[in-house]
Design a protein around this ligand. Structure first.
Ligand SMILES: Cc1cc2nc3c(=O)[nH]c(=O)nc-3n(C[C@H](O)[C@H](O)[C@H](O)COP(=O)(O)O)c2cc1C
Length: 185
C-alpha cells in the first residue's frame, strides 16, 4: 500500500503487483511453498487470498486500469512448484479478471523453447491456452522473445502484448529498431 502510494506521488503511470518468480505472493499461491493451515493456505481460494487482498489494497490507491499483476505459471525459481498448476493458475487468472486490471503479465512458461527455437513443452502450451481462456483482459507475455517470435505469437493470438527485458537493456531504442528491422545488440 505504501509502495503504491509512493509510486502515485512520484508520478508513475501505474503499478505492477509482482506475484511471480518465487517472491512472497508466488510462495503463497504455489502448493509446494504454502504450508499454512489457516485461511491463507490449503485450497486455492485460500492460497490466492493474499494476492487478492493486495490487489484490493492497491486498487484503493490506483484505479484498477492502472494496476497490473505478474504471475509465473509453472515457474521453478528456488524449486517452487504446484501440485495442480492448471487448477491453481486457472483460478487466479479467472479471479483476477473480475478486477478489470490494466493487464495480466505472465512469465512465459515456454521461455526455453522460444530461446532454443524448439517446440514448447505441451504443459506450457496447455497452460498458456488455459490462461488465455480464463483471463478476460489484456495479456502480456515475457521471456525469451525476439522480434520474429514475438510477432508470430501475437499473430497466433497467444497474447495481446509481448514484453522485452534483455533486448531493451542492450537496445534502448528497441521499438525504433523493430520498426526499421535494424540489427540489435
Ligand atoms: C539479469 C536479469 C535479472 C533478472 N532479475 C529478475 C528478478 O530479480 N526478478 C524477476 O522477477 N525477474 C527478473 N528477471 C526477469 C525479467 O523481469 C524479465 O521477465 C525477463 O528479462 C524478460 O525476458 P527477456 O529478457 O528474455 O526479454 C531478470 C532478468 C535478467 C536478464
Amino acid at each position: 500500500m505504501r509502495g503504491a502510494k509512493n509510486a502515485l506521488s512520484a508520478g508513475f503511470d501505474g503499478v505492477e503487483i509482482h506475484a511471480a518468480n518465487g517472491y512472497l505472493l508466488d510462495q503463497f499461491i504455489n502448493s509446494s511453498t504454502n504450508q499454512r493451515a489457516d485461511r491463507y493456505g490449503g485450497a486455492i481460494e485460500n492460497r490466492a487470498r493474499l494476492l487478492i487482498e493486495v490487489v484490493e489494497a492497491v486498487s484503493e490507491v490506483w484505479d484498477t486500469d492502472r494496476v497490473g499483476v505478474r504471475l509465473s505459471p509453472l515457474g521453478t525459481f528456488n524449486d517452487i512448484s504446484d501440485d495442480d498448476p492448471e487448477t491453481t493458475f486457472g483460478y487466479v487468472a479467472k479471479k483476477l479478471s473480475d478486477y478489470r486490471l490494466a493487464y495480466l503479465h505472465l512469465v512465459n512458461p515456454a521461455v526455453a523453447a522460444i530461446e532454443q527455437g524448439t517446440e514448447p513443452d505441451p504443459r506450457a502450451t496447455r497452460m498458456l491456452d488455459l490462461l488465455r481462456e480464463k483471463y478476460r483482459g489484456t495479456l502480456i507475455l515475457a521471456g525469451g522473445f525476439d522480434q520474429d517470435t514475438a510477432e508470430a505469437w501475437l499473430e497466433q493470438g497467444r497474447a495481446d502484448l509481448i514484453a522485452f527485458g534483455r533486448k531493451f537493456i542492450a537496445n534502448p531504442d528497441l521499438p525504433e529498431r523493430f520498426r526499421s528491422r535494424a540489427p540489435q545488440c
